[in-house]
Design a protein around this ligand. Structure first.
Ligand SMILES: [Mg+2]
Length: 376
């Protein structure tokens, strides 16, 4: 192992799952007349004064050179006019399918980190099915997604996130690529630098100017040289070239939180006023949670005094909720536990709902939620 690099960790089992041409595949599934078209998800430039960008293109369109983020007018020039089809994106539909796929992922593990609607990392080192082989788990997931949604996906399996992602991109569509610890350096040596994550166009050019074209070239470079030349990014490139990525899969449920905070123009000196604001935040949080169809397990209060003392305090709820009253009661309880800043003045208040889970708890009518009850 070259100098300056941390010890590698081979014990994890990470899957990167990526749906194939996700939006386009959904539209083709729902309208078979599109299957043989060069399908572009985006507004038809002929109907939008030449404006718009490609959200996704199916594989036929990609063969003509169309890709995501390309102006639709440009895409139009690449594809024969009798072959092209435009469908405007329907994100509500894509979100719903994504939710369905996420439920299938959560049958394996709750260690799911979403990168986009169509892409996620899963840490299956420990998993709910008690299956040791990550390859078996990934194949199982790929097949189940296909059976339940009619959509294909590609997966990569390895001992860290960046290798799992490189693996899933290695063979698409319907790809299944595994990079074992013993093969990682050889696999990386054979990859062009364009395949490495985080090496942008500008850096590619600089590396080419130095005669560096592939992973093997990177592996031969002293780490110090890469750091000297590219600073932090050079270090990241060195880590990747040597197959090292210690970043954990950050599960959506633990990571995600919804919070509101506000700094006041005039400091708050009254408890009624503070609680009124916490109550207002509770309503806003409740609405946001309901919109996302999630419930919170923990409420966090943040408070800052005029002299910049900041306290955050959290409370675990008896059961997950998206109800304004329950959030408020937790917030009020937390408020009673923090130091009294009223004399100094409260400069900032924040309320956050966290440890979210995607369940819909029944709405309980709560007529009691009135000023007089709350502020008494
Ligand atoms: Mg994809």
């Amino acid at each position: 192992m070259p100098e300056l690099l941390p010890k590698n960790d081979f014990h994890r089992k990470i899957i990167h799952l990526d749906m194939d041409a996700f939006y386009a595949s959904i539209e083709m599934r729902d309208d078979p007349s599109l299957v043989n078209k060069a399908l572009i998800i985006g507004h038809d430039p002929r109907k939008h004064n030449g404006h718009g960008v490609v959200a996704t293109a199916n594989y036929i369109a990609r063969q003509y050179g169309v890709h995501s983020a390309m102006p639709t007018a440009k895409a139009m020039q690449l594809v024969p006019v009798d072959r092209v089809a435009f469908v405007k994106p329907n994100f509500n539909k894509y979100r719903a399918v994504s939710g369905q796929i996420h439920e299938l992922m959560h049958e394996l593990t709750d260690q799911v980190e979403s990168v986009a609607l169509d892409e996620a990392y899963l840490d299956v080192t420990k998993n709910k099915l008690g299956i040791d082989s990550a390859i078996e788990l990934a194949s199982h997931l790929q097949q189940k997604i296909y059976r339940e949604t009619g959509l294909t996906s590609s997966f990569g399996v390895s001992y860290n996130k960046f290798l799992a992602k490189m693996a899933s991109e290695y063979a698409k569509p319907f790809g299944r690529t595994v990079i074992l610890a013993d093969d990682a350096l050889k696999f990386l040596a054979e990859q062009k630098i364009e395949q490495f994550p985080g090496i942008g166009k500008k850096t590619q050019k600089q590396l080419h100017d130095l005669g560096i074209y592939d992973g093997a070239d990177l592996q031969k470079l002293p780490v110090r040289f890469l750091i000297g030349k590219f600073k932090k990014m050079g270090y990241a490139i060195a880590l990747h070239a040597h197959g090292i990525d210690l970043n954990p899969v950050l599960s959506d449920r633990r990571r995600k939180s919804i919070g509101i905070e506000r700094t006041f123009e005039n400091n708050i000196h009254s408890q009624d006023q503070a609680l009124t604001i916490i109550r207002k935040f509770s309503h806003e949080l409740s609405q946001k949670l309901k919109n996302k169809k999630v419930s919170a397990n923990v409420v966090v209060l943040k408070i800052r005094s005029n002299s910049f003392e900041t306290i955050t305090k959290r409370q675990k709820l008896d059961q997950p909720t998206n109800q304004a009253l329950e959030i408020f009661l937790a917030g009020k309880e937390l408020y009673s536990q923090v130091p009294n800043f009223l004399e100094d003045g409260i400069r900032l208040l924040g309320l956050t709902a966290t440890n979210l889970e995607s369940k819909n708890y029944e709405e309980v009518p709560l007529e009691l939620f009135t000023d007089s009850n709350i502020l008494s």
